[in-house]
Design a protein around this ligand. Structure first.
Ligand code: GLU
Length: 486
């Protein structure tokens, strides 16, 4: 039985986003399910497009999402290096072998000549192809021109006719007409290998058993299979995972979700919710089960449950899933996750004492069922830590500008000053005062809520006042009384 070895091989041209994370996750789940190895290889061969510190960025994103690689930068498993730019010696070794076997050849055609040829192909309605100009130069002539310093690329000799069937575990058998392929470039004029070449050499040397990658690479697969044949190597098994589309079925862009994972982190999404949402993009565990942990998914993950059709990314669904996970956190965990968000808003510092921690926990519990992200939770509890800086305008018109409100708020402040600060005690005191004043309770409740929170909606008013405590409550009622209509 073959050992399952899969790799996630991003080109580090930006921050890891949803599409990348989903491909990485499927590789990881497959590796775990099969008891195999998950490898991270950074395809940074095109140095001009690569970003610094890419390995760290991916490691951080994986760490946050809860899956890690078994082999990769900084984790040698005997198949390193794991930065493609450091593997050039292997690429060149394979290249010499292909040149020696006359399966590859130098091509001296200039960019202008090739451009003109492609333009002519298009004009005649043919797919643009390299015409094979240098294919039949003799090896001796090739060597002489290279020795004379002539600019060149190295191309692979590709069969010019026939069909090739790619057996894909997700897509099934896909036929490609070889007459549409041309002798593609292995090594560019600047001496760097192309993606198709470097990736195949690396996959072969890293003993990759299965290549699980984005659908957009399916059309590269026949070229890669031809390369494996030329190299005399067995090709891995391929599985192309469906694309992720935006909600309007257009290509996913930054606007709708090619959002970097780091941004989901910053917005207060929970990693377990993001991972749960991602695994459902193109895979289903069977039945109508929707909530799974990484471990549960790893137990169930098989490629026959990966769909062929594109998956549609839906921010609302992901937010809904996040809210579900957020609601299930216990008080201590909710606090632990929210703490950095509270600190970032300057609501408390690292040295918060036990009383303040207990206060924050109580406040967070009150808003937990009303928010979808940790950032929203932090915003929703801000008034527990800071007096309202502004009051809802519509609320001010409806609740503060009603004649007599100033007096009612003052009376409420006085009454609550010596009330038992429990939800029940507060409700009793407010109800009694409303009766004495001969007004409906709402005429005290609405202005009081606005006075302490600045808002017209929020948690239950008595629970909220109980957490705020007598000092903050009374003081805020007094401040509001100054603003309210006499
Ligand atoms: N570096 C390629 C990419 O980021 C990898 C494709 C592959 O997995 O072969 O799209």
């Amino acid at each position: 039985m073959t050992m399952v070895r899969v790799r996630f091989a991003p080109s580090p041209t930006g921050q890891p986003h949803i599409g990348w994370a989903r491909t990485a996750l499927f590789n990881w789940l497959f590796a775990r399910h099969e008891g195999g190895t998950f490898i991270l290889r950074i395809e940074d061969t095109d140095q001009s497009r690569s970003v610094e510190g890419a390995a760290q960025v991916f490691e951080d994103a994986f760490g946050w999402l809860g899956f890690t690689y078994d082999e990769g930068p900084g984790k040698d498993g005997g198949h390193g290096p794991y930065l493609q730019s450091e593997r050039l010696a292997s690429h060149l070794r394979v290249l010499s072998q292909l040149l020696a076997q006359e399966q590859a050849y130098p091509c001296f055609c200039s960019a202008q000549t090739l451009d003109a040829g492609r333009a002519e192909d298009r004009r005649l309605g043919r797919p643009p192809r390299y015409p094979g100009t240098c294919r039949d130069l003799t090896a001796a002539e090739g060597r002489a021109r290279i020795a004379a310093g002539e600019a060149h690329v190295i191309r692979l000799k590709v069969p010019t006719a026939g069909t090739m069937v790619v057996h894909d575990l997700i897509r099934g058998g896909v036929s490609f007409d070889l007459s549409l392929l041309d002798d593609f470039v292995l090594l560019k004029a600047d001496g760097t290998p192309t993606y198709n070449f470097a990736s195949v050499v690396d996959d072969a040397e890293m003993a990759i058993s299965h290549v699980l990658r984005a659908d957009e690479h399916l059309s590269n697969t026949p070229k890669q299979l031809i390369l494996y044949q030329a190299m005399g190597k067995t090709a891995p098994i391929f599985a192309h995972v469906p694309m992720i589309l935006a909600p309007d079925h257009s290509k996913l862009s930054k606007r709708h979700g090619a959002t970097p994972i780091a941004e989901f982190m910053a917005q207060g999404f929970l990693p377990e919710a993001v991972v749960n949402y991602l695994m459902m993009l193109g895979w289903n565990p069977g039945g109508d089960r929707e909530f799974l942990t990484l471990d549960e998914a790893a137990q169930l993950f098989t490629l026959d449950r990966v769909q062929k059709n594109p998956a549609v990314y839906d921010t609302q669904k992901m937010t809904w899933m996040n809210a579900h996970y957020l609601r299930a956190l216990d008080q201590g965990e909710l606090w632990r996750r929210c703490r950095p968000f509270l600190a970032a808003r300057g609501l408390l510092t690292e040295s918060a004492d036990d009383t303040l921690v207990a206060y924050a926990k109580a406040a967070l519990s009150l808003v937990q069922s009303r928010v979808a992200t940790l950032a929203e939770a932090a915003d929703a509890v801000t008034f527990f830590f800071k007096e309202p800086q502004a009051f809802d305008e519509e609320g001010v018109r409806r609740h503060f500008q009603r004649p007599g409100t100033a007096g009612r708020l003052t009376a409420l402040a006085e009454r609550l000053a010596d009330t038992d600060f429990t939800a029940a005690g507060l409700e009793g005191a407010l109800t009694a005062l409303a009766q004495e004043l001969g007004v409906p309770r709402a005429e005290l409740i609405h202005p009081a809520r606005l006075a302490v929170s600045g808002k017209t909606v929020g948690p239950g008013v008595f629970e909220m006042l109980a957490v705020l405590g007598p000092q903050r409550t009374v003081q805020r009622l007094q401040v509001a009384a100054q603003m309210a209509a006499p």
